[in-house]
Write a protein that binds this ligand. Structure first.
Ligand code: AMP
Length: 439
């Protein structure tokens, strides 16, 4: 099947031709007619399978020119990076259409975005908080919305965005079509969607949670932080000079620590991104990674989802992700758009249960590679890795008074005394009677 077999508008065919896209991916072809029929749709597709176009194409086909300045299509995504990425995909597809798209997200001046929105637009892409703020202050009118897309729906519904999302729905007309997309769909998100969607049709490019088979996955058993650094340096040296390596760590502090450890050997070709970095720095870093100026990028789960960086050759899980779904999202940063990818995961003793959960979700075991003899691991632990020693009486907490049991010995007589407060006025009254007032 080619894109010509889908009932698209001519300007879309033209744009797809220019992009060099000839064949729709699985989710694009299987979801197209369902979405075009106007039904609520749940799209389960691994990242990198073309799910952005899967919802954009039907949305753009159903879009109708209107003189109204208010948007018809609302696309809600969880991160600012994803906003700019989706906006850029829409712009590429609408080169030959008279469609205005606008991206809004927090952390930047709201007035500028409010002014932009008030100039008139057809498609709004944004993060929940900023969409809500703009709607609440009256700059954004959502009464013309016909299509609502929620991308990375499990994340969008879990990041504490849920109350904001529900509030956004209050501004929308009741008659609207929903299209929700994700690679994974945990039970609680499914339950939430049961309430939101009307008899949705489920379109699956593959079973939820299944990683792309073009990604070669392997694991290494590594005992601690410093040994992980040694192995990582070795792996980076081993890869070809044009490789793009994305290294995921579990927290911002660890990301900073790893950056310090790798910077002497990698200097300018090393980058870091996490939520404590300024927005411009974040965009700039992703851009540099995109164009190859940065070869190794250290990241937290902030960019585990949706972000499409061309030709990421390796994803290295320096720390195993806490949720198994995030493993699928992280490794989905490589092996995109029909390319092969390598995903490497470092596993220490304490990660066994997280590993099991991942294997259960994927329904396959992770194969482990033995480290070569020239790599020496250390037993040295950094402060945060050392087991906490609890000194009784110092670190132990006393139970609250109502939970405390009786003491194990009788109180001596002097300690049984109940303190009675001495009241001077009362004592004087008892001794001398009521004082006579002077006339
Ligand atoms: P996504 O899963 O939406 O993040 O897309 C992953 C990458 O595949 C993006 O760079 C898309 O531009 C690209 N892509 C999407 N659809 C196609 C297609 N039909 N043919 C070739 N590349 C595509």
């Amino acid at each position: 099947m080619t894109f010509r077999d889908l009932n698209l508008k001519k300007p879309l065919w033209k744009a797809l031709d220019e992009l060099g896209y000839q064949f729709p991916t699985n989710i694009q072809s299987s979801g197209f007619n369902v979405m075009m029929s106007g039904k609520d749709t749940i799209g389960i597709a691994q990242t990198g399978t073309g799910k952005t176009l899967a919802y954009l194409l039907p949305c753009l086909c159903m879009w109708e020119f209107s003189k109204e300045p208010h948007p018809q299509i609302l696309i809600i995504v969880p991160t600012r990076e994803l906003v700019t990425q989706v906006v850029s995909e829409v712009e590429k597809l609408t080169t030959y259409m008279n469609v205005t798209t606008c991206g809004v997200y927090g952390g930047t001046n709201m007035n500028t975005q409010a002014k932009m929105v008030m100039l008139g637009l057809d498609i709004l892409v944004g993060t929940p908080g900023r969409i809500l703020d703009l709607a609440a202050c009256g700059s954004l009118q959502l009464k013309q919305i016909k299509k609502v897309v929620i991308d990375e729906v499990d994340e969008t519904l879990s990041l504490g965005f849920r109350p904001q999302l529900l509030h956004i729905f209050d501004y929308l007309p009741t008659k609207r079509q929903h299209m929700v997309f994700s690679a994974t769909l945990p039970e609680e998100v499914s339950l939430f969607l049961d309430d939101l969607l009307i008899t949705p049709v489920r379109v699956e490019a593959a079973r939820a949670g299944l990683p792309i088979d073009k990604i070669d996955q392997t694991g290494y058993r590594v005992p601690n932080f410093l040994s992980k650094v040694t192995l990582l340096q070795h792996l980076i040296q081993e890869t070809e000079a044009n490789s793009k390596i994305l290294v995921f760590v579990s927290s911002r502090t660890l990301a900073d620590l790893l950056f310090e450890a790798l910077e002497p050997s990698l200097s300018d070709s090393l980058g870091i991104i996490h939520s404590n970095k300024a927005q411009n720095f974040r965009f700039d870093t992703v851009q540099k990674f995109q164009n190859g100026a940065i070869r190794v990028l250290i990241a937290t789960d902030l960019i585990a989802r949706g972000i499409d960086v061309i030709d990421v050759t390796h994803v290295i899980n320096f720390d195993i992700p806490e949720s198994p779904e995030n493993y699928i999202h992280r490794i989905g940063r490589t092996g995109r758009a029909d390319k092969n990818g390598i995903a490497i995961t470092f596993v220490s003793e304490k990660d066994e249960s997280a590993l099991l959960a991942i294997e259960e979700l994927m329904q396959q075991q992770l194969l482990f590679t033995k480290v070569t003899e020239d790599i020496e691991f250390t037993e040295e632990l950094l402060e945060f890795e050392k087991p906490k020693i609890i000194v009784p009486g110092k670190n132990s907490k006393l139970p609250s008074s109502e939970n405390r049991g009786p003491s194990f010995h009788e109180k001596i007589a002097k300690n049984k005394k109940v303190n009675v407060r001495y009241n001077h006025k009362k004592a004087m009254l008892e001794k001398y009677g009521k004082p006579k007032r002077k006339r």
